[in-house]
Write a protein that binds this ligand. Structure first.
Ligand code: CP3
Length: 361
């Protein structure tokens, strides 16, 4: 118990008014009333910003994720510029996998590339459990960021078992996920061993970020949309549940996102998140009918609409805000990440427009 200046007892776990746990973003995730619809952008920290390109000019991607000062600066860049309602930690979904001993790199223009793809039980065994000491740079960066951000919430994140497994089994990005599916159908026990191990790594990585002070976490299952609902339920859902339910005791908002998941939204909602991310293919009112009335939604402007003339963008933002009202909470976002060619000034205008149109007086 703490005592406030009036001498009344205040609960230690009550969010500080105006603090990150009482921010419009966290409140929307919790389906509480908000002063305006909060907005942030997946991949807001990155190549659409000249100040990002400059600071990254001579530093490799993975190396930049391991330097806390650099992580802090890059995470703050879009917050300063766009007035977004949340920051997202600058990192990558493969950072904890590299910390677990997998030899990999992030190749510019390609994405994660794994030196020796995972194909056998011995390969799975070599993926070590991780703890804070293995990712101390993330712990340090989150602590620095929480100080710098003040009332703006910081979102921690990790990759979900299926999306991580796809990079590890394929050896790099894949359009069809053919090798991953071959492993799933052909050697289901090995598949479950791999996905189970990745769920442990992901859970540990998210716990480090939570203990260091993030205000919410997002679990990215970007490529889950490659699966049928039946296969998703059988091969993937139990492992995503292991991650999300493993965080239930923390009581912190959990967001679960994938691309091309129209057929999976109901099942993804069952994984245990408080908020389900929706890509641009499914209108938010239809999405909320599939997800159910007890979860908030996040999305879902097509990142390509940002290249259209302003009146088109404005009409799309209005439509999404209208359709988002069908859900018990709405966090405005894109349907997938910011594309590198995006004009950052358009992103700033979208933030202002979302705030203006959704302001509740
Ligand atoms: O602003 C933010 O959203 C935080 C930063 C962030 C990055 N990666 C930085 C990054 C986040 C949240 C991610 C998650 C991530 N990484 C996902 C899930 C989200 C999604 O987009 O679906 C996935 C699938 C990855 C794997 C990955 N890493 C890909 C596909 C790529 C892009 C390859 C390319 O160069 O086009 C990366 C590299 C990467 N991760 C970059 C950034 C800023 C680009 C590297 C660079 O700037 O040189």
């Amino acid at each position: 118990m703490t005592t406030d200046t009036t001498g009344t007892a205040a609960r230690d776990d009550a969010p500080r008014p105006g603090g990150p746990a009482d921010s419009p973003f966290v409140r929307a995730c919790r389906r509480q009333p908000v002063p305006h619809t909060p907005v942030w952008f997946m991949r807001q920290a990155g190549r659409s910003l000249p100040e990002y390109r400059e600071i990254r000019a001579n530093v490799a991607m993975l190396e930049s994720c391991r330097r806390p000062e650099l992580v802090t600066e890059i995470t703050l860049q879009p917050v300063r510029r766009h007035n977004v309602d949340a920051a997202i930690l600058f990192s990558d979904i493969v950072v904890p996998v590299a910390a677990a001993g997998v030899d990999l790199d992030i190749v510019p223009g390609t994405g994660p590339v794994v030196a020796e793809p995972v194909r056998t039980a011995a390969d799975v065994e070599r993926i070590r459990p991780i703890g804070r000491d293995d990712v101390s740079y993330v712990d340090e960066a989150v602590r620095m960021l929480v100080q710098e951000l003040g009332d703006t919430p910081l979102i921690g994140f990790a990759g979900a078992p299926f999306t991580l497994a796809s990079y590890l089994v394929e050896g790099g990005p894949s359009r069809t996920h053919a090798k991953t599916k071959a492993l799933m159908y052909g050697e289901p026990e090995l598949w479950h061993a791999l996905a189970g191990r990745l769920a442990e790594v992901t859970l540990a990585f998210l716990r480090v970020q939570i203990e260091a002070g993030v205000s919410a976490v997002q679990l990215f299952d970007s490529w889950a949309g490659a699966l049928s609902e039946a296969d998703y339920r059988r091969f993937v859902l139990p492992h995503s549940i292991a991650v999300l339910s493993g965080l239930a005791d923390v009581g912190m908002p959990r967001i679960h996102f994938g691309v091309g998941t129209a057929e999976l939204l109901g099942a993804m909602g069952e994984a245990g998140a408080d908020v389900v991310g929706v890509d641009w293919r499914t209108p938010l009112d239809a999405a909320t009918r599939r997800i159910g009335p007890d979860k908030a939604v996040q999305g879902n402007l097509d990142p390509c609409v940002l290249f259209a003339p302003w009146p088109v963008i404005e009409a799309e933002v209005r439509r999404i805000l209208d359709q988002g009202r069908a859900a018990p909470g709405h966090v405005f976002n894109l349907g997938h990440g910011v594309l590198p060619e995006t004009d950052p000034e358009v992103l700033t205008r979208v933030v202002a427009l979302v705030h203006e149109l959704s302001a509740r007086g």
